[in-house]
Design a protein around this ligand. Structure first.
Ligand SMILES: [Cu+2]
Length: 708
């Protein structure tokens, strides 16, 4: 979408004609505006239906680099975003000569997947490991054994973790302003030459990707974040969180060369570049592959058996301690056994000296202490102005813990999704001081609509102003802002798939009468429903000895699933089991359920089998209702205990998807009916695998396994 440019004092009037076949909206990210212009369907306006026209009109009362995007469904993933730049007036007393008058270029970072975003969303909820296969990040047992990390992998599964990555989704391409590679030889018709400085106004419009930003022509100077000026600071690299903006000044050192400005996804699988200047291309170099097993060791140390994280007394905050440095070869050295190879990158050779760090080193996660590479963090951001809030305003203190689990892809605050939480009432004129602690295994970029907040750091009165704060696992950060504009303001994780999973809250500042929203209560219910939609998963085998499979419909708490085992004759039998369960607790290891079983099988002489408890199990023709409970044990083994209305009791143990190698998965099941099953599945594509299994009822089988 186009870059929109304004100057402070303008009135923005933006007319949106919806020519899509679905409803839409536009949110003005980081802007101060009346609540009814904020563009969140069911919270600040009704969805703009196909064929409708909606006019957004608001005064421009701030400056800086911002952006805008659809706030409807998953439209942000497929390209509905653009830069939104507000310039200072020439007489602005904050105008910075040498910065605000530089030639500039807006850069919109984005990512592209060939999959429909609805499928990405579904696959994340279904714990599909297809993205890990594409990234080469399966972290299988074979790989663990080959690299001497077998114990690490065992401990990881003992602590009930699945293979982790720094990001969830594999993307086919990442882009700057819609292009993979761009030459920037001139700005506004003026050719760039040695000594010229260029201001890059960078917004991360990615739905779930963080990007590392690096420049081949020396240090970059960060001059603003989230549209707010900061004291210029020179860095070698910075990570830009989902939806953050940074203004970065780069210098062209020599004529006849084009210097690469590169954005690399945090998982380092994709990158995109601008070449600034004209002539021979000067490359900044690819970032080395992450050391996943080092990351796994680190997570094993942090993870307690109950699923909480233990920061081991490090009081982490403001991105200063990045646990992920253990995975960065450029900081902590090449993987054991591998020699650091010279790839002509003078910037990235400092790690080797630091291999000897012991576990007690207080700086063992401090990238800036471990190497000569200067990485930006929030402690380094300082506002050029006094940003303190009125001393006499009442203060309301709030605390949020970011919670969730990877296995079921549930993301919440205080273990409640939006569908389980009311709006948080705030009085106009109150200061909200919010402390956020991340007790989940992923980082979350938390965004506040309608206001900038102070990020409390060591700069006191000059604390920087932002509207996004990225919070890494185990970090605790405090922000504060003056709630002086009435309305319902969204507060949420900006990773699109986390937001859609329910990691959201709403601050209701006073009782705002919104003309765009005649029935606020009903609209809020719709918003709650939209962020907790059920997901379908289905899988079935078509083997030589029968068909077995399952289908499941799940949301944040509930799961409705049906399993079937259908033989090709009466002797093998037919069996269908249906369960409706509710997951309990943050980690969702416990699920009580009610069930219904139906089975039919001919045993030949009408003989009945006894189970482990001596109960006779009439298998031939049985319909039974059950009550049961499923629990995930260490090693990700599920134990399921079920009692049927006729008194029959059954306990089963099962494990699915043991990652043997990159594409090979194993599973097993045993139960007290003396049934057992073992299987191996080789994953060919996202939907197709080959599966072989041995089943006590149906015998040996091999066939195709289809997954949706
Ligand atoms: Cu998140």
């Amino acid at each position: 979408m186009p870059t929109l440019e304004f100057t402070e004092g303008d009135t923005a009037e933006i007319v949106l004609h919806n020519q899509l076949k679905e409803s839409t909206s536009l949110h003005w990210h980081g802007l101060f505006l009346p609540n009814k212009e904020d563009g969140v369907p069911f919270l600040t306006q009704m969805p703009i239906e196909p064929g409708e026209t909606f006019t957004y009109r608001f005064p421009i009362i701030q400056t800086g680099t911002h952006w805008y995007h659809s706030h409807s469904g998953l439209q942000e993933q497929i390209g509905m975003y653009g830069s939104f730049i507000m310039h200072k007036r020439a007489d602005d007393k904050t105008f910075r000569k040498g910065i605000d008058d530089l030639p500039e270029i807006p850069i919109m970072l984005s990512e592209w997947t060939n999959l429909k975003p609805e499928n990405v969303h579904r696959m994340l909820h279904n714990a599909s490991d297809w993205f890990a296969i594409q990234k080469g990040a399966t972290q299988s047992y074979a790989e663990a054994i080959r690299t001497g990390n077998f114990k690490t992998k065992l401990k990881n599964e003992w602590k009930r973790m699945m293979a982790m990555d720094v990001s969830d989704v594999y993307y086919d391409k990442v882009l700057m302003n819609g292009n993979h590679l761009t030459d920037l030889k001139s700005i506004d018709g003026k050719p760039l030459k040695a000594g010229d400085k260029v201001r890059l106004r960078i917004s991360n419009g990615g739905a779930s990707s963080y990007f590392w930003l690096r420049y081949a022509g020396g240090k970059m100077t960060v001059v603003a974040s989230d549209g707010n000026d900061v004291e210029p600071i020179d860095v070698d690299r910075l990570i830009i969180a989902v939806s953050e903006t940074y203004d970065v000044v780069v210098t062209i050192p020599e004529d006849g060369k084009a210097y690469e400005f590169m954005a690399t996804t945090e998982d380092r699988t994709q990158s995109t570049s601008y070449f600034i200047g004209s002539g021979t291309k000067q490359y900044v170099g690819e970032m080395p592959r992450l050391k996943y097993f080092e990351g796994m060791k680190m997570m094993n140390d942090m993870m307690k058996m109950n699923g909480d994280l233990d920061d081991m007394g490090m009081n982490m905050s403001l991105n200063q301690m990045d646990m992920n440095v253990v995975m960065y070869p450029e900081i902590t050295g090449e993987e054991k056994g591998k020699k650091a190879k010279d790839n002509g990158q003078p910037m990235e050779h400092h790690g080797e000296n630091h291999k000897m760090n012991t576990d007690e080193d207080p700086n063992r996660y401090n990238a800036n202490a471990l190497s000569n590479i200067v990485t930006l963090n929030y402690a380094m951001l300082k506002s050029p102005h006094n940003t303190t809030l009125p001393k006499d305003a009442p203060v309301k203190e709030l605390k949020f813990t970011l919670t969730g689990n990877m296995n079921r892809y549930v993301w919440s605050m205080d273990n409640k999704v939006l569908a389980e939480s009311d709006k948080i009432p705030v009085k106009k004129g109150e200061i909200l001081r919010i402390t956020i602690h991340n007790n989940s295994m992923m980082r979350h970029p938390i965004h506040l609509h309608g206001f900038d907040f102070r990020v409390l750091n060591e700069h006191g009165e000059n604390a920087p102003m932002k509207n996004i704060i990225d919070i890494m696992p185990m970090e605790t950060d405090t922000i504060e802002f003056l709630a002086n504009t009435e309305g319902d303001w969204f507060f949420h994780c900006h990773i699109l798939y986390h937001m859609m999973a329910g990691m959201n809250r709403v601050f209701a500042v006073d009782d705002y009468k919104n003309p765009e929203l005649p029935n606020k209560e009903k609209a809020y219910k719709m918003l709650q429903r939209e962020s907790n939609m059920p997901h379908l998963m289905a899988q079935s085998d078509f083997a030589i000895n029968g068909i077995d499979g399952e289908a499941m419909l799940m949301n944040a708490r509930y799961s409705l699933g049906t399993e079937w085992r259908l033989g090709y004759n009466d002797m093998h039998g037919y069996e269908v089991e249906t369960h409706l369960g509710r997951y309990i607790g943050k980690m969702q290891w416990l699920m009580p359920f009610i069930g219904f079983d139906w089975r039919y099988r001919k045993m030949g002489m009408d003989e009945h089998e006894q189970n482990l408890f001596g109960q006779v199990n009439k298998k031939d023709n049985r319909a039974a209702v059950s009550l049961g409970v499923m629990y995930t044990l260490p090693m990700l083994v599920n134990v399921q205990a079920e009692v049927y209305h006729d008194g029959i009791f059954r306990v089963s143990l099962m494990r699915e998807d043991i990652p043997i190698s990159r594409r090979l998965r194993a599973g097993f099941m045993v139960n007290t009916d003396l049934e057992y099953m073992a299987d191996l599945r080789y994953i060919l594509t996202r939907h197709i695998g080959i599966r072989t299994h041995y089943d006590s009822d149906m015998g040996f089988g091999v066939g195709l396994s289809l997954i949706y």
